[in-house]
Write a protein that binds this ligand. Structure first.
Ligand code: TYD
Length: 222
């Protein structure tokens, strides 16, 4: 029931912008659709997000980090995603469990089977119908993210968080991890070059979603 679409990619890939554009297009076309994000998307999840991204939390253990991402996900799945899918609607989510495999698994070196078990508990086995991967060279993406928003004094960019601040090698392991995840399940993923102009990307994304819309009933005009 419903349609569950996720967006993944390294830092600065512009996936949040594209998720929003798809959301606006589907809404304009009369489809029942919601847009959410991870970590966050619920009141409890947004509080967990604050703990996760706080630059002061340098002492956070990798297990704590993994479980907090998973806890936020469990809340999102149970409070928002499953109920909305059950009504036959479309859920767009900016990051989901693939990020845990890429960041905590490949990035931090957590055991992948263990992550699978934790993820199964958090999501009850809910997997996306389609996942977009917005590909951008790691360094270019970090540079984009570092410069997001208006210029601010060094260290005060609110977009720059504890997880972005990890070293380049970490972000490169994450990118390699995403490549491996895509190889394992090629039918679920659509890989797109995120260096393309925004409009070209948005059109490619909408075109990829098109064949899946047949099962979704548009909302009745009010
Ligand atoms: P955010 O500012 O939302 O980054 P982005 O715009 O790139 O999504 O911060 C989310 C960060 O959390 C991002 O660095 C990816 C990381 N992350 C994980 O490490 N594990 C996870 O399971 C998820 C969902 C995100």
């Amino acid at each position: 029931m419903g349609l569950f679409i996720t967006f993944e990619g390294p830092e600065g890939s512009g996936k949040s912008t594209q998720a929003r554009r798809l959301y606006e297009r589907l809404q304009a076309r009369g489809y029942p659709v919601i847009l959410t994000r991870e970590p966050g998307g619920t009141r409890i999840g947004e509080l967990i997000r604050r703990i996760l991204i706080d630059l002061r939390h340098t002492e956070m253990a990798p297990t704590t980090e993994t479980l907090l991402f998973s806890a936020a996900r469990a809340q999102l799945v149970s409070e928002l995603i499953r109920p909305y899918l059950a009504t036959g609607g479309i859920v767009l989510c900016d990051r989901y469990a693939d990020s845990t495999f890429a960041y905590q698994g490949y990035g931090l070196g957590r055991d992948l089977e263990e992550l699978q078990a934790i993820t199964r508990v958090a999501t009850g086995g809910l997997t996306p119908d389609l996942t977009f991967y917005l590909e951008v060279p790691v360094e270019a993406g970090l540079e984009r993210k570092r410069n997001q928003g208006s210029p601010r004094p060094e260290g005060s960019n609110p977009e720059w968080n504890r997880l972005d601040a990890r070293d380049l090698a970490y972000h490169q392991r994450v990118a390699t991890g995403f490549q491996e995840l895509m190889q394992r399940e090629p039918q679920r993923w659509r890989r797109l070059d995120a260096m393309q102009p925004l409009d070209v990307l948005a059109e490619a994304i909408e075109a990829a979603v098109e064949p899946l819309l047949g099962s979704i009933a548009p909302l009745e005009p009010a």
